[in-house]
Design a protein around this ligand. Sequence first.
Ligand code: ADP
Ligand SMILES: N[C@@H](CCOP(=O)(O)O)C(=O)O
Length: 322
Amino acid sequence: MAVYTEVSDEDVRAFVAQYDLGDVVSCKGIAEGVENSNFLLVTDKGPYILTLYEKRVDPADLPFFLGLMDHLAANGLTCPQPVAGTDGVALRSLCGRPAVIVTFLKGMWPRRILADHCAGLGEGLARLHLAGDGFTLTRRNSLSVGGWRPLFEASRWRADEVKPGLADALAEELDYLEAQWPQDLPAGIIHADLFPDNVFFADGKLSGLIDFYFACNDLFAYDVAICLNAWCFEADGAFNVTKARLLLANYDRIRPLSAAEREALPILARGSAIRFLLTRLYDWLNTPPGAMVKRKDPLEYLHKLRFHQQIRHIADYGLDRS
Ligand SMILES: Nc1ncnc2c1ncn2[C@@H]1O[C@H](COP(=O)(O)OP(=O)(O)O)[C@@H](O)[C@H]1O
Ligand SMILES: N[C@@H](CCOP(=O)(O)O)C(=O)O
């Protein structure tokens, strides 16, 4: 459930009156999501998404996120677009929170991931990377290698409550990643959280991408590694090399991966695994009992980390060296 801030009917009506959207027909909280409060807002002009940004989003980053969605849409990517009020302003305030209305995307995210979804994802991710070219604002990735140590330290003393030995295993992995992390790979705008719940499909084809609130400037191949982890493991923990091959081949068809990017994939996948392991671990240990958010299992990502630690050849991801 992700509605952290309740909004009254009167507040919604007064808010929507600042736009050229007609009257409010309905406004319902959306149960999915983790970070922000989202509402399906229907007005005389159709459906929209009303988002109130919660505590993990830094208001200073909002011009980057909103500008990026405009930039990507202008460059051919289907993604939500911020709607401006009659005064030309998109970013406003509602119930004490920064708030925007964005356009509604058709489609559904896949509850059961098929190999074809991974093919569509690979192409969509590459198109996103190309569409980000020329965006003038920048945002550092606070959840890349430099951000993992402080995140780890915040949970270290309680990590073994989740699994005995976890703190030592994470400390060892961090030492390795900090020493070996690649620096000189192609970089640009990445999504950084392109999990299945952020990718919409309609009639079997990718129809749009949402949730750009972790987007930043970082290595393109790191975004590929995040998708490998999020899309190519089965519920029983098995790595599905067919899905990986389709993801990588369809990415490569649109934006060819260099030999250096291919070689770096195992370490990037390890980094991606520790990144999601650490945020999940923090949430696991710090979400108050009874909070209306479904906690995600950190150990799912320990399993993925272990898998990538064993990779010796990129062919194990279904990919050639060049
Ligand atoms: N532009 C949109 N069009 C259609 N549905 C959306 C849109 N944005 C969000 N949603 C719905 O809201 C849910 C949560 O949105 P998301 O951005 O992932 O939230 P959070 O940032 O809190 O994780 C999505 O799974 C989707 O169902
Ligand atoms: N994808 C992250 C959590 C962030 O959730 P989202 O709803 O904002 O995509 C994870 O799985 O840990």
